[in-house]
Design a protein around this ligand. Structure first.
Ligand code: HEM
Length: 527
């Protein structure tokens, strides 16, 4: 019987004093049972998956910004040993984390079995999942395939370098202006990526680079912080009584949705009245235009998904949700990635110079050079830098799924409903997959690498996830970063301040979105 009902029943008898004692005993037992469930991992007959004691996890959680690297090496690795899987207490419940290529492959490939966790349904009162509302990212099965058929074409396109020119050149100019002092690169890249996203998603100028105190950016950062707030994620019902800053963040959410809605509205009207896009217009169009073009095509009833089912048009809420998702998914991820690139290249001036030599060879040593599409092809080394940076500093620490049925992973049987995630840091630092994992070696990802750098084992490089649910914006982000890094190398030389803690460690949040908290860089203009 539900313990609350049992307690209420005990309160009914004629002798109230005794009833209260009984009620208190029942409540105390229930509290003990709840605490016990937290402390003792469920047996689940899973075949003896090793587990991390909850007090150890809590110890690390309370250490604050100590870094995912330390958590991975000193906690996860110690308890996982060679099993390639470990059970850990995360966000109020027990979950499995896998770190073996073979197990990760199953998670990435068997998408009907390893399903996306629909946190929108799980936490209906919580602010976080509402930011990207009814978007593809929470969907599974037919609903997901239908979304992806409409959203996919907007991302499967040419990404001409001219598309990025205005915001990226502005980013470099602002950086040059500020280069006299150690620079908080993460904040600057956040301003830059927001302007890039505004421009590319819906031809909107946020002006975040021009104005460091830009209100929209402050609002947006606050929303991101709200989405990742550990307490509200652990106790989602707290949002029912949101007060103070949290209540303000609910207002921001409304602003954000009204803002997207009004732009989607205008664009819908504009597109209804115009002839179909020409090839050239499509090449230079923003994502919203391409998304709506695809959305209009569904109205003929002839668009099919990858299993040949007819795709229904998106509702207004789904259009709004997907545009919101592009911001959520593309903003801090790319800003963090670029910051980590600056960090890794500051620590390795030899690789910084090697990359600069390539840039100067392709673009020439001219202050105003900007890569053409042809030149961009010759700047592929920047992608190797990004990949190695993301191997060492994966922005999403875990890629999480829920089991729709029991599954066998090696000797272990995981039960239906269990949460299973790929532990990107554990895989990326496994010397069996990446020899000498602490070293920064971009050439690991080159196609024509030397024999001692063996090929990347499939499903072991996962910063963008893998399989059919791989990041839809990966190509976009890689091109944006390829251009940004080339311009950074052309215009600046940089290093870390002498007393920077980042020379020997990488302080960062240990979970959630990984960020180089407090990174400052000394940059010097080359012109
Ligand atoms: C360095 C930059 C980026 C990283 C590291 C990154 C990483 C990821 C990862 C790991 C996932 C999969 C999450 C999961 O499977 O649970 C994902 C999904 C996604 N990403 Fe990215 N991303 C980046 C940039 C972008 C950009 C620039 C955009 C678009 C503007 C974008 C749009 C998306 C979308 C829409 C999804 C959901 C796809 C789905 O659910 O099928 N991402 N990203």
């Amino acid at each position: 019987m539900d313990p609350i009902v049992a307690a209420a029943d005990l309160l009914r008898p004629a002798v109230p004093g005794v009833a209260w004692v009984w009620a208190l005993v029942v409540c105390a037992l229930y509290a003990l049972y709840r605490v016990g469930r937290v402390l003792v991992p469920p047996s689940n007959n899973d075949g003896g998956v090793p587990h991390i004691p909850v007090h150890k996890t809590l110890q690390w959680m309370t250490k604050g910004a100590i870094g995912r690297y330390e958590v991975s090496q000193k906690l996860d690795k110690v308890y996982t040993q060679d099993a390639g899987i470990v059970k850990a207490w995360m966000f109020g419940g027990w979950a499995y984390k896998v770190s073996k290529a073979e197990y990760a492959r199953k998670l990435f490939v068997q998408t009907d079995l390893f399903q996306k966790v629909n946190i929108r349904k799980m936490m209906p009162h919580n602010l976080g999942p509402r930011v990207s509302g009814e978007s593809l990212t929470f969907e599974n099965g037919d609903a997901y395939r239908s979304h992806r058929a409409i959203v996919g074409p907007a991302f499967r396109r040419a990404w001409p370098s001219s598309l990025f020119k205005k915001p990226l050149v502005e980013l470099i100019d602002v950086m040059e202006r500020d280069s006299v002092r150690p620079l908080d690169v993460l904040t600057l890249f956040r301003r830059g990526t927001l302007d890039v996203l505004g421009h590319i998603i819906m031809s909107y100028d946020f002006g975040a680079l021009r104005d460091p105190d830009n209100k929209q950016r402050a609002m947006y950062d606050s929303l991101l912080e709200a989405m990742l707030h550990p307490v509200y994620n652990m106790f989602p019902w707290l949002d029912l009584i949101a007060m103070g800053q949290r209540a303000k963040q609910w207002d921001y959410l409304e602003h954000f949705h009204t803002f997207i809605d009004s732009i989607v509205d205008d664009r819908l009207k504009e597109m209804e009245q115009r002839p179909p896009l020409t090839e050239e217009e499509r090449n230079n169009a923003d994502l919203l235009t391409l998304l709506l073009e695809s959305h209009f095509m569904t109205k003929s009833g002839k668009m099919l998904d990858d299993r040949n089912k007819v795709v229904a048009p998106l509702t207004r809420a789904q259009l709004q949700g997907n545009v919101g998702l592009f911001y959520v998914a593309g903003y801090d991820t790319t800003a963090n990635s670029l910051s980590y690139v600056m960090l890794e290249l500051a620590r390795r001036p030899d690789i910084q110079q090697k990359a600069r030599d390539i840039v100067l060879q392709v673009l020439g040593n001219h202050k105003d050079a900007y890569p053409t599409d042809e030149q961009l092809k010759e700047l592929g080394y920047m992608d190797l830098i990004v990949k190695e940076t993301l191997r060492k500093n994966s922005i999403l620490a875990e890629i999480r799924r829920r089991l729709s049925a029991p599954v066998q992973l090696g000797p272990y049987t995981l039960p239906q409903g269990a949460i299973v995630s790929v532990d990107t840091w554990a895989i990326h630092y496994n010397p069996e997959y990446f020899p000498e994992p602490d070293r920064f070696v971009p050439e690991r990802f080159a196609e024509d690498k030397s024999a001692e750098l063996k090929g990347v084992v499939p499903f072991t490089f996962t910063p963008f996830s893998n399989g059919s649910r791989q990041c839809i914006g990966m190509k976009f982000s890689l091109i944006e970063q390829r251009i940004a890094i080339s311009l950074l190398l052309l215009r600046f030389e940089w290093t870390l301040p002498k007393n920077s803690p980042f020379w020997s460690a990488t302080p960062a949040a240990p979970a959630g979105l990984i960020s180089p908290v407090g990174l400052m860089v000394d940059i010097k203009s080359r012109f």
